[in-house]
Design a protein around this ligand. Sequence first.
Ligand SMILES: Cc1cc2nc3c(=O)[nH]c(=O)nc-3n(C[C@H](O)[C@H](O)[C@H](O)COP(=O)(O)O)c2cc1C
Length: 192
Amino acid sequence: MPDANHAVLDFLHTRRSRPAKLLQEPAPDRDALKLILTAAARTPDHGKLEPWRFIVLERAALKRLALAVDHCGAQTGRAAEDVEKARKQFSDSPLCVAVVEVQKPSEKIPAIEQTYSTGAVCLALLNAALASGWGANWLSGWPAHDNGFCGNALSLADNERVAGFIHIGTASALPPERPRPDIDAITTWLDT
Ligand SMILES: Cc1cc2nc3c(=O)[nH]c(=O)nc-3n(C[C@H](O)[C@H](O)[C@H](O)COP(=O)(O)O)c2cc1C
C-alpha cells in the first residue's frame, strides 16, 4: 500500500468554505498571504504558461471597489438589491484575492485548458487559506463578469478576466455542513 498522508486526507475529506458574511478581521498579513499564494501557484498548468495572476485587495482597495460597484451598477442600470449585495461583498471583506485568468497565445495549449488551470488555482488558494486556519470563500457575483467594472476598477486587460474573488479572514462561526455529492450517482466505472 502507498504511504498515505493522513493529515492531508483528513483535511480534504472535511474541508469546507466559511461564508464571506461570517469573515472578519484579522486577515493574514502579507508574509502569511504570500505563503498561501505560493501554495496556490503550485497548480497544474499545461505548457507552463502561467495563465493566471493575483490581485490582493487590502482594506483601502476593497473600499474603493465598493464605491466602483455603486458607480458601475448605476451606470448599467442594475437592480438596487443586486448592487447592494455586490457592494457589501467588498465593503465587508477583511481581505480578498482576485484570481485573474490571463489567456496566453499558444498553438499547443487550448484556451479552455488555461481556464481549467485558473479554476484549479482558485481551489488551491481556497484550500491553502483554509489549511492555514483562516476562513475563506470563493465568490464571483456580477462584478466578476462585468468587463467595464473589471477594466476600470481592476485595470484588467482584454485577455484577462476574474475567475474568482477569494475572501480570506477569521470566521466568526462554523456554518452547517452542506449536502455533498452522491459519489455513486456521479461515477461510472468502466472495466471493459
Ligand atoms: C466560480 C464560483 C463562483 C462562486 N460564486 C459564488 C457567489 O457569488 N456567491 C455564493 O454564495 N457562492 C458562490 N460560490 C459557491 C461557494 O464558493 C462554495 O461553493 C460554497 O460556499 C461551498 O464551498 P465548499 O465546498 O468549499 O464548502 C461560487 C463557487 C464557484 C466555484
